[in-house]
Design a protein around this ligand. Structure first.
Ligand code: SAM
Length: 212
């Protein structure tokens, strides 16, 4: 399975999906084609990116099932949209988007980096993370699915770092082994100060997650 298909498996069946940072529009196309959503709002800060999605989704736009908005983050999205997907951006960028607008009722985020920062941000604001997993398509990606409010058991430091469901996912071991090797190599080639302490902390967490 490719990343788009794996990622879309985390979406709930809904009436309207907002795909923020849609770029080419492949996620929305997949969700509409498979009946995951009936309608969609595609949004991107770049008019050039948005035009790729508009081209791909032209039949759906003509049918009135897709609306496109060129905007920064959630600025042009109704807060009552059923579900929001933000994939392929950094965790800090996703936090910036949420902070300057709203936390959606239901969301699926796939941060390219800084997933722990995003998890912490969501938990501190009372969100319920309902799936916190890892997917693989040549590279590894974290997927965080959640709801604006709700209860869940407290996260440990290792869960904050890697996600709760990731740790039980069979692909996690190969992710962690790859990361461990990379970070141990960086550590051998460096290091002093904050960068070194951060690497050592990450190595310790990876070992803990692997049960090593
Ligand atoms: C790497 S692409 C990801 C495309 C798609 N979501 C996916 O996962 O395949 C990132 C897209 O996010 C858009 N983007 C970056 N920052 C944004 C923001 N603040 N608001 C809306 N779109 C943004 C970029 O223009 C780009 O099209």
């Amino acid at each position: 399975m490719g990343r788009i298909e794996e990622l879309c498996a985390y979406l709930d069946k809904c009436r309207t999906l907002a795909d923020v940072g849609c770029d080419h529009g492949y996620c929305t196309e997949f969700a509409l084609d498979r009946g995951i959503c009936e309608r969609a709002v595609i949004a991107d800060i770049s008019a050039k990116s948005l035009s790729k999605a508009q081209k791909l989704l032209a039949p759906y736009i003509e049918e009135g099932r897709v609306k496109s908005v060129c905007c920064d983050g959630l600025e042009g999205i109704d807060a009552d949209v059923d579900e929001v997907l933000i994939a392929g951006m950094g965790g800090e960028e996703i936090i910036k988007i949420l902070s300057s607008a709203f936390i959606p009722e239901k969301f699926v985020f796939q941060p390219m980096k800084n997933a722990p920062l995003l998890r912490r941000y969501l938990i501190e604001r009372g969100c319920a993370i309902v799936r916190d997993d890892i997917i693989e398509d040549g590279k590894y990606y974290f997927v965080i699915k959640g709801e604006r409010t709700g209860k869940m058991a407290e996260y440990s430091e290792v869960e904050l770092e890697f996600g709760r469901d990731s740790l039980k996912n069979p692909i996690f071991a190969s992710y962690a082994a790859t990361e461990l090797e990379k970070k141990q190599t960086y550590l051998g080639g460096c290091c002093e100060g904050a960068e070194c302490s951060s690497l050592k902390r990450q190595i310790a967490l990876l070992k803990e997650a692997l049960g090593a």
